[in-house]
Design a protein around this ligand. Structure first.
Ligand code: MAN
Ligand code: CA
Length: 200
């Protein structure tokens, strides 16, 4: 059998050639569509992997930052308790100066908002400045973050502005009793407790 005429018989006549071209274009279209879909899915896969990696890096960095903060504060004598770091001073200062000391260390005077925290501060068995004042408005006691009092642990007959004195700052005084807070003139020097709340 002569090959060239046979092939020509199959494809070279006008109508058959036309069919072949149409068929080839059709096939190419299907192939391209397939390729498109495959490429798209694998590319989306890549984007996903990239996002996951980015997220993991972010989480790692945040964790490292927390660990470093933890190590730094512990190293400088701060004590961790229930989500916060606390610092009890060795020296004595006025309420305002005590507060500045804390603020310079990314903290503030302690804000007591639970019985556990009250117990924690009381156990130092000292007269201690806490983050409580009615300096802005006499008789309206507020925490240093501006929140009003919810849990109160005033001592008996406190706050009393004793003998008409201006007692606008809060301290722990009667530490043998759960009701241990007292109002006292802000210029008196006390030890103090700073609190740095960790955003965990
Ligand atoms: C001292 C001061 C006062 C307090 C009384 C309570 O005078 O600490 O602030 O109210 O003691 O006895
Ligand atoms: Ca008082």
């Amino acid at each position: 059998m002569n090959l060239i005429p046979t092939v020509c018989y199959m494809f070279c006549t006008g109508e058959k050639l036309y069919k072949l071209v149409v068929l080839s274009i059709g096939l190419l279209c299907v192939l391209q569509a397939g390729l498109n879909i495959t490429l798209r899915t694998s590319l989306y896969g890549c984007e996903d992997t990239e996002a996951v990696l980015k997220n993991m890096t972010k989480e790692r960095d945040e964790m490292m930052k927390k660990l470093t903060t933890f190590a730094d504060y512990s190293h400088q004598g701060w004590v961790y308790f229930s989500g916060s770091f606390y610092y009890i001073s060795l020296e004595k200062k006025s309420w305002k100066e005590s507060r500045s000391y804390c603020q310079q260390r990314n903290a503030d005077l302690v804000i007591i908002n639970s019985r556990e925290e009250q117990e924690f501060t009381r156990r130092f068995r000292k007269e201690i400045w806490i983050g409580l004042t009615d300096r802005e408005e006499e008789g309206i006691w507020k925490w240093v973050d501006g929140t009003p009092l919810t849990t109160r642990f005033w001592g008996r007959d406190e706050p009393n502005s004793h003998k008409g004195r201006d007692e606008d700052c809060g301290e722990i005084k009667f530490y043998d009793n759960e009701k241990s807070w007292n109002d006292k003139p802000c210029d008196i020097e006390n030890v103090w407790i700073c609190e740095m709340t960790l955003a965990l």
